[in-house]
Design a protein around this ligand. Structure first.
Ligand code: OAD
Length: 231
């Protein structure tokens, strides 16, 4: 029996757009309404933690009211044919809820919180997080997300996976945020690259790849096209 090829699926907020979750940099995206340094950075947390908590509480509440779309769901069917791993920049849990078995969250997870002093203390969290909510050692909890200027703890695992990829599918990301956007550089030279996005951004790293297949479409339609190619 031949071993199955390794497929790395790298997603951004665009894969969840059709579930009703805002992207960041599109017209009407989240970063038009919020100052990223105020709500998603250590200095923002230091200056006004209540504002930061409000921002993530709104995101979490919204997440609990949306569902995976057909792109999340169709991607799961690739697991029957490929050794599949999803590496997502998204803090939502829509890949897991759709049924993906292996998901790496580069930028953290909305439905988890962690201790500000003991980062290894992490809890599942579905309700609002408030000032005064503490870990078992008595320290304030914060969202378990990666803020601008913070390390990306899952990056090395994501790089290792990408280095073994036979195929890489990039979906719904503007490839603007590093180090996540540099992942494609770690794919082997002979790794076939697909990129699904209604407004694809051919980054420098992507432009150096041998003929990436650009599927200029929304995630739901684009993944549908992709399945016809890959299965
Ligand atoms: P962006 O808002 O930068 O990019 C969203 C991408 O999704 C764009 O390329 C859009 O063209 C595409 N898009 C929009 N609608 C789509 C649809 N229906 N189907 C498919 N694609 C669609 O969001 P990201 O690239 O995800 O980080 O942003 C990366 C990181 O920046 C986020 O993880 C977040 C943000 O700041 C942190 O907060 C640390």
């Amino acid at each position: 029996m031949t071993s199955r090829k390794k497929l790395v699926i790298f997603t951004g907020s665009g894969v969840s757009a059709e579930s009703g979750i805002n992207t960041f940099r599109d017209h009407g995206g989240l970063w038009e309404g919020y100052d990223v340094m105020e709500v998603a950075s250590p200095i923002g947390w230091h200056n006004d933690p209540r504002r930061v908590l409000d921002f993530y509480n709104q995101r979490r509440a919204q997440l609990l009211n949306v569902q995976p779309n057909s792109a999340h769901i169709d991607l799961v069917s690739l697991e029957e044919h490929y050794q599949t791993i999803v590496i997502t920049q998204n803090v939502d849990d829509l890949h897991e809820r759709a049924g993906s078995s292996h998901v790496i969250h580069l930028h953290g997870e909305l439905c988890k919180v962690r201790s500000t002093i003991h980062p290894e203390i992490i809890y599942e969290w579905k309700k609002d997080l408030k000032l005064g909510d503490t870990c078992e050692k008595g320290y304030q909890l914060r969202p378990h997300v990666v803020w601008f200027g913070e390390e990306v703890p899952e990056l090395s695992r994501a790089i290792q996976e990408t280095q073994q990829a036979d195929l890489m599918v990039i979906i719904g990301t503007s490839l603007q945020v590093y180090p996540a956007a540099s992942l494609v550089e770690f794919a082997p030279d002979d790794c076939k690259i697909f990129y699904i996005d209604p407004k694809p951004f051919i980054s420098y790293a992507l432009s150096k790849r041998n003929k990436p297949v650009i599927i200029q479409n929304t995630a739901t339609k684009g993944v549908n096209e992709l399945l016809k190619i890959l299965i």
